[in-house]
Every structure is written in C-alpha cells, then in structure tokens.
Write a protein that binds this ligand. Sequence first.
Ligand SMILES: Cc1cc2nc3c(=O)[nH]c(=O)nc-3n(C[C@H](O)[C@H](O)[C@H](O)COP(=O)(O)O)c2cc1C
Length: 193
Amino acid sequence: MPEGYVRLGEENWYYVLHPRPVYVVAAAWGGRVNFMAASWVMPFSEDPPRIVASLSKDSYTAELARRAGSFTVNVYAADAADFVYSAGTVSGRRVDKVRELGAEVSFDTATGAPRIVRPRPIGYVVARVHRVLEDLAEDVDLFVADVVEAYADERLFNESYGWVLQRARVLLHASGRAFTTATQLILASRRRG
Ligand SMILES: Cc1cc2nc3c(=O)[nH]c(=O)nc-3n(C[C@H](O)[C@H](O)[C@H](O)COP(=O)(O)O)c2cc1C
C-alpha cells in the first residue's frame, strides 16, 4: 500500500478519474426522442474527427442512437446541474423525459438527430455512429462516432483557445449528486531551452 493513499474499490475506483465533463446525449428514432446524462464521452481522433461514448446497454437513448445511427452531445453550464442530473436518473423507457423535464428539441437537418434547445446548451456536437462495439464490457457499449458538426455559444467561446472559462462554467460531474465547474485559468509556463 503506497503511503498516504487510500485504496479504491470496485464501487469507486473511477472517482479518481473525475471530475469530468458531463453532457446530455440525445437521440431519436421511430417518432421517439430521448436523452440521458453521460460523462464517459470524449474526443477520440482528429483525423477523422471522431468521439467515443460509453453508453449503458440498458439505456433507451443508446438504443435510439444505435437504430438511428446518430446522436447529439449537448454541453451544459453549471446552472443546468438539476436538468442533467434528472436526465441521468430517470429512464426514457418509463417516462417521456422531454415532456417530464420540460425540454424542447430541434432536429439536425443532416442526420435527423435531435439537439436540445431548451434548456439551452452552451454547445453541442452532432455525431453519426461509425461503429458500436458491443463485446468490450458487460454493462456498456462503446459508440465510436464521426463528428458531423460542432457549435459553441459565441459569447462563451474563443475559437483560438476554446471555452472562456470564467464565463462558460462548463458543467463537470464529481460523483453522485455532486457537480462542479472549472472557472480558474492556469497558464503553464513555456518550456525554456
Ligand atoms: C452525472 C451522470 C453521468 C452519467 N454518465 C453516464 C455515462 O457516461 N454512460 C451511461 O451509460 N450512463 C451514464 N449515466 C446514467 C444514465 O444517464 C442513466 O442510466 C439514464 O437513466 C439513462 O436514460 P435512458 O434509459 O433514458 O437513456 C450518468 C448519470 C449521471 C447522473
């Protein structure tokens, strides 16, 4: 046991890799629209532009995304923590989350994927499913998807360096009901020599 560390178990090992951004993934198929909170989502490659998302085999959103072949990743600010938490604690298999949570969606013209317009995300990515790897884990499937389009709120984003942190307050998930945000800018020194 390394001195000064606590050993993490099966239940909480991944807390060491949080906080991390949490998004709302939305998908639609056969007249049904649904969305879910998802924090195990990340950029995968620039060439081609691809993301990966680890989505539960039980998730209704994942089922719709697989059938439709597309989904959106909606990025929220800290003030949307309640919405994101609700999106992650109720399944669309049981309730109509769009209605229950008072959300509104608009459909992307290229892919037909629904993006959330209310509550307003500070950014979003439209993704087309490239491949779904179903045999890597018992609980989740790995969605590998091409980035079709990406948008960020012009008041909160700088095209050269990304989110203006103090203003954007991008929502991060710590654990359980605990969320946080990153507002402090830390500029690393340039390497000399
Ligand atoms: C903060 C937070 C983050 C979550 N991240 C993920 C995730 O990355 N992948 C996943 O499959 N489920 C994740 N969940 C759980 C799903 O959002 C949850 O199972 C949801 O009810 C699925 O809804 P659906 O069946 O309507 O798709 C997360 C939940 C919360 C609250």
